[in-house]
Design a protein around this ligand. Structure first.
Ligand SMILES: Cc1ncc(COP(=O)(O)O)c(C=O)c1O
Length: 360
């Protein structure tokens, strides 16, 4: 029987999210969650909302959240568009700006979901190849600018954790389209936010910054993200989103989380301290450690097999991410490596002890 799906859907493999084991007892360092709990104010806000009026629809505009976010980021609420996780912001963006004849671009290796979203939309997808220092060439950036309707760039990047300067980001602004700066890991970086670029004339009101509550705010289980952009862009994207894309509990939780900056920053500092120790110890164990600025580290080993290390850790219920990027180099070689989320001090000790045994 002929497929009833759109040809674009038939042709795409779909996105494979990281493993989420349902049993207890794992040291879970594979999907860059925060190892610390959210602010007590968040838990209280969730309780209060659950005890209140769940029989009615939530505010379709998440007005309270937008007001608090606008104040924190120094804009007005019409610069803010909340969504059900920043992945939904990315979906709203492809649906808002891309027709099937358009091209979506992204640096490679980076977040593969960008490619999936382009495929769902039936667009062409083009990869900006990164070299071993996670950089692109001027010529390749020029091609992206000409070709792409939307260019996605995560900063810090995943899996490397590396960052790019504002001038480098500017090199990627499509000539007739938008640049999406994905700051999912922004709060962990030396320069946590590029808000000033939204007002920078060189970006011509065509920059969208996306942010998530899944990482620095410890709320991956809630699903909430938002984007910041010029009100003309937000107004158009607002027409595309589902009417009630954010539920009442998520709106209350994220608003409370934003209001408790001290809690988030304290957890961030703990994670950065642990990251320094982890980086140092991994280097001692013989890994090449990429100098990143996120809540994870990207490592490769000159002699040991990456998949084997991943599997041996998994056998001990320690979950990290083995990643394989086909055609990742100029001569189309595959790149493999391990991405490890920075956990608690205790989780880090468990991981390091296990790695020591595996490598010796
Ligand atoms: C680069 C990047 N962007 C966006 C996301 C998705 O964030 P959210 O949980 O808000 O959908 C992730 C999640 O891992 C990510 O790595």
């Amino acid at each position: 029987m002929a497929s009833v799906f759109r040809p674009a859907v038939d042709a795409m493999p779909g996105y494979t999210p990281g493993e989420q084991p349902r049993q207890q007892g794992w040291v879970k360092l594979n999907t860059n969650e925060n190892p610390y709990p959210p602010s007590p104010a968040v838990v209280q806000a969730i309780r209060d909302t659950a005890a209140g009026a769940l029989n009615v629809y939530p505010d379709p505009n998440a007005t309270t959240f937008r007001t608090v976010a606008a104040e924190l980021f120094g804009v007005t609420p019409d610069w803010v568009l909340p969504a059900n996780g920043s992945d939904e912001n990315l979906t709203i963006i492809t649906r808002s700006f891309c027709d099937p004849q358009d091209t979506i671009g992204y640096p490679y290796p980076s977040y593969i979901l960008y490619e999936t979203l382009g495929q769902i939309q039936g667009c062409s997808v083009t990869r900006l190849l990164l070299d071993k220092h996670w950089q692109w060439t001027d010529a390749a950036a020029g091609t992206m600018r000409q070709k792409c309707k939307v260019f996605f760039v995560p900063c810090p990047n995943s899996p490397s954790g590396t960052v790019w300067t504002p001038n480098q980001l500017l090199e990627l602004l499509p000539e007739n389209g938008v640049l999406v700066l994905d700051e999912a890991y922004g709060d962990f970086a030396d320069n946590p936010h590029h808000g000033e670029l939204l007002l920078d004339e060189r970006f011509q009101k065509r920059l969208i910054i996306t942010r998530t509550f899944s990482k620095s705010y410890s709320l991956a289980g809630i699903r909430f993200g938002f984007c910041l952009a010029h009100p003309e862009l937000i107004e158009g994207m607002n027409r595309v989103k589902d009417s009630y894309n954010c539920d009442a509990i998520a709106i209350a939780a994220s608003t409370a989380a934003l209001r408790d900056q001290e809690w988030m920053l304290n957890n961030r500092d703990r994670i950065l301290k642990t990251r320094s120790r982890l980086v140092e110890q991994l280097a001692r164990l013989g890994f090449d450690v990429c100098p990143g600025q996120a809540n994870f580290v990207w490592i490769t080993h000159p002699t040991h097999d990456h998949q084997d290390i991943y599997q041996q850790l998994r056998n001990q219920r320690i979950l990290i991410r083995f990643m394989r990027f086909p055609h990742a180099t100029a001569d189309k070689q595959e790149l493999t490596g391990l991405r490890i989320t920075v956990g608690t001090e205790e989780q880090t000790d468990t991981l390091l002890q296990a790695l020591q045994q595996i490598l010796h």
